[in-house]
Ligand binder design. Structure first.
Ligand code: SF4
Length: 341
C-alpha cells in the first residue's frame, strides 16, 4: 500500500496522541478470535487523517483497520503497529484493530471543511478478512453515498471489494470514486509466497471485471514492483494484459521501498526464497528505504511502454458521475491528483 503518512514517522507533536492510541489499544475489547488471529475494536478519535507527505498525491487518508492479516512479506505499514506498542511481525498480521464508531465520526468530520482527494486504504487493506465480518469500510462508503462532490479512491488486494459494488455505484452517482486493485504478479505460487493470505491474482482480476462491468472506474496497481522478482517484462506485461482484458483503465507501477521494520521481515524472507538476491537487497536498502539512480528510471520507462502497448493510462481516468455539473473541471482535478505512480 502507499503510505498512511507517506512513510514518515510521527513528529514529536504526535507522540502524545500515539501514546494515547497505544493505551486505547491495550484496553480494546476482543471482538473475535479465529485461527490465530484476534480482532479488537479500537475506539477511534478520528477517521480522516491529514497526509503531509510530498510523495502522496492526496491530502486525506482513511484506514479502517490497523494491522493486516494478508501478511505481505514486503508490507511497508508494519511499523504502524509500533504505535500500539505491538511488533510489526506477527502482531501486525495477527492482532487486527477495527476502528469503532467510524461511520459516525466520518459523518461529523465531513461536516467540517474537508477539501481535496480522500484515499482509503493507504496503509492497511480496507478489504482484508476483518471487513467480511465488521464491515467498517462498507459503513464509510455508505456515508460517502450521501455526499456530493467528493473525490475518493480505494486501494485493495482483495476481491471482497466486489461485494460493495452496489454502494460504490451509489457513491459514484454524486462523487468521483476510483478503485485501485493491486496485482503484483499472475503467478499464483509466487503471489502466495509474497502475499501469503491475500486472494489469488485471478480473484482480484475477477473483482476488476465486476467493478468495470458495473460502470465503475477501476485500475490495477503493480505496486510494489520487486527488483529481480516481479520486475521482468513478461511479468509486468502479463499483468497489464490481464488488467486490460478485465476492464482496467489505468496501470500504476510503484517500485518497492523498504522501511527498517519491513526489512526485518523481508530480508529473512529473501534469504529463504531468493537467497541469491538477498545480499543485493541488503546492500541497496540498508542505507535508504528508497531505490535511487538508473534502476527506478528504467522501470518507469518499462512500465510506460507496457501501458502504451495495452492502451492503459498512468492515472485514474477523468470520470464524470452523472450527477456532476457539466463544466470542464479537468485542470482543477489535475492539480488535485497530479499523476499516480
Ligand atoms: S495488503 Fe499486504 S501490503 Fe497491504 S497492508 Fe496488507 S499486508 Fe500490507
Amino acid at each position: 500500500m502507499l503510505c498512511g503518512n507517506g512513510g514518515r514517522r510521527p513528529g514529536p507533536d504526535n507522540q502524545k496522541m500515539l501514546l494515547g492510541i497505544a493505551r486505547l489499544a491495550s484496553q480494546s475489547p476482543l471482538l473475535e478470535a479465529k485461527s490465530g488471529v484476534e480482532y479488537f475494536e479500537l475506539p477511534a478519535r478520528s477517521v480522516l487523517n491529514r497526509c503531509w507527505s510530498p510523495r502522496a498525491p492526496f491530502p486525506w487518508t482513511i484506514n479502517p483497520y490497523r494491522g493486516c492479516e494478508f501478511g505481505c512479506r514486503y508490507c511497508y505499514a508494519r511499523y504502524t503497529h509500533g504505535f500500539l506498542e505491538l511488533d510489526g511481525g506477527r502482531d501486525f498480521e495477527e492482532k487486527i484493530y477495527a476502528k469503532g464508531g467510524a461511520a459516525e465520526l466520518l459523518r461529523r468530520e465531513l461536516g467540517r471543511a474537508v477539501a481535496g482527494h480522500i484515499a482509503i486504504g493507504t496503509a492497511t487493506d480496507p478489504y482484508q478478512p476483518a471487513e467480511r465480518r465488521f464491515r467498517v469500510t462498507r459503513s464509510l462508503l455508505e456515508v460517502f453515498a450521501r455526499q456530493r462532490g467528493r473525490s475518493l479512491s480505494i486501494t485493495t488486494k482483495s476481491d471482497l471489494v466486489a461485494r460493495d459494488v452496489d454502494v460504490l455505484r451509489e457513491v459514484a452517482r454524486g462523487n468521483v470514486v476510483h478503485v485501485n486493485v493491486t496485482v503484483t504478479t499472475l503467478d499464483a505460487g509466487l503471489a502466495r509466497k509474497l502475499e501469503p493470505r491475500a486472494p489469488r491474482p485471478q480473484l482480484r482480476l475477477r473483482a476488476v471485471r465486476t467493478l468495470a462491468g458495473a460502470g465503475l472506474s477501476v485500475g490495477v496497481f503493480l505496486n510494489p514492483i520487486l527488483p529481480g522478482i516481479t520486475d521482468g517484462i513478461p511479468n509486468l506485461d502479463g499483468v497489464a494484459a490481464a488488467a486490460k482484458a478485465a476492464g482496467a483503465l489505468w496501470l500504476g507501477g510503484g517500485i518497492l521501498f523498504l522501511m527498517p521494520e519491513a526489512q526485518g521481515v523481508f530480508f529473512p524472507f529473501l534469504e529463504e526464497h531468493f537467497p541469491t538476491l538477498a545480499p543485493r537487497y541488503r546492500q541497496r536498502f540498508t542505507h535508504s528505504p528508497y531505490l535511487r539512480g538508473e534502476y527506478p528510471a528504467m522501470i518507469r520507462r518499462r512500465v510506460a511502454k507496457i501501458r502504451e502497448k495495452h492502451g492503459l493510462a498512468a492515472a485514474p481516468q477523468d470520470y464524470r458521475p452523472e450527477l456532476w455539473p457539466v463544466e470542464d473541471d479537468s485542470q482543477e482535478r489535475q492539480a488535485m491528483l497530479p499523476g499516480f505512480p
